[in-house]
Design a protein around this ligand. Sequence first.
Ligand code: EPU
Length: 427
Amino acid sequence: MDKYVINGGRRLSGEVTISGAKNAAVAILPAAILAEAPCVIENLPNISDVSVLLEVLSIMGAKIRTINKSSIEIDPTRITNPYVPYELAKKMRASYYFLGALLAKHKQAAVPMPGGCDLGVRPIDQHLKGFRSLGAEDSIDDGFIHVKANELMGTQIYFDTVSVGATINVMLAAVKAKGLTIIENAAKEPHVVDLANFLNSIGADVFGAGTDVIKIHGVDSLGGATYSIIPDQIESGTYMVATAATGGDVVIKNVIPKHLEVLTFKLEKIGADIEVFDESLRVRSQGNITKTSIKTMPHPGFPTDMQPQMTALLTLAEGTSMITDNVWDNRFKYVDELRRMGADISVDGKVAVVEGKGSLKGAPVKATDLRAGAALVIAGLAAQGVTEIEDIYHIERGYEDIVVKLRSLGADIKKIHVPEEAIKKAL
Ligand code: EPU
């Protein structure tokens, strides 16, 4: 078992470069099977979710060539085995994007029910509603979702709820459908736009991504392309919050400031000083954070994926803050871990009330999911004393080189390996 050991209480300072966006990468890699020529994907984050998808693509028969740490070439032209193994699919949610992509490519797909972070009930009814509207049938057998269609026909689809996953999956399925597909009440997240841009770069005709109406004119064939993934909005936000929490001064490079506007506004309001440049941000803080209220919403609202990190920050503010998660019904599991560090937080359904105490104390804690893990790293960096974080595999699903990046900013953090025998002996 690996864990992070953080000796907290050090200000972060210096420069950090943000990697490619996880949630764009996990959509673009399955989308690459639609190409009919090799694709070069650049600014690909080196994280475990990406490694899992590359393994799935290889098992399917795609040829993957590593160009450098953040660029690969995928040749999907010889895919012979359009099958997503359970052992890999269970590791991540985004494996279900192969449903839309395989449906478009082979008119059928079987993908295991997806894994991923446990954030409450995660239905896929809107994905299936979209596939059915396009003319596909679905069933669930032996834990696999099966979809198939004789022909996919463009249609108008109105989502009952705003869903990133359903928007992406239906976009993938519709790219080669006959005629025009109109998705209404679509998600507007930056990674939805990035996927649309990738699809258009290989010859698709997707219009309106980034608004709540996306129009897709089906095309008969698609080529290949070289495409660079956008910077990770949530990784950027996590370093912004970590800087604010440690009273630091950090220049965060390779960001799209527009994607971070709502967070920038919030952090400025509670005491951080933020300078915005074309592709970077400088965050400065004296550590004097004030209380606030946060309500997460789909983009362009406050991102739910920054909610745990902000909660960690607000435990360091003086006064009472209220955090409402309007996207997920159970995204406060990590609160028990922050309590071990001295935080005073009560949770009632989708609302957490944080009684800020101005400080935290280091403690042994466990990452319960990806962003919860990021929140514990932030808490550990700001706390007095030593914090040991277990189950860091959650964190490494989505943060490239987090230890290296934080150490370069002056943090005292290391990853250590604890042999299984030592754990058994201690029990
Ligand atoms: N929903 C339905 N029916 C559906 C789909 C979703 O009711 O068919 C509901 C969900 O239960 C949830 C809400 O709609 O309450 C939003 O879910 P969405 O489908 O938008 O989430 P997702 O696609 O499963 C992606 C990100 C999450 C992020 C959410 C919300 C990826 C791979 N995952 O999940 O990211 O929290 O959008 O922005 O893109 C993370 O990166 O840590 C992460 C969890």
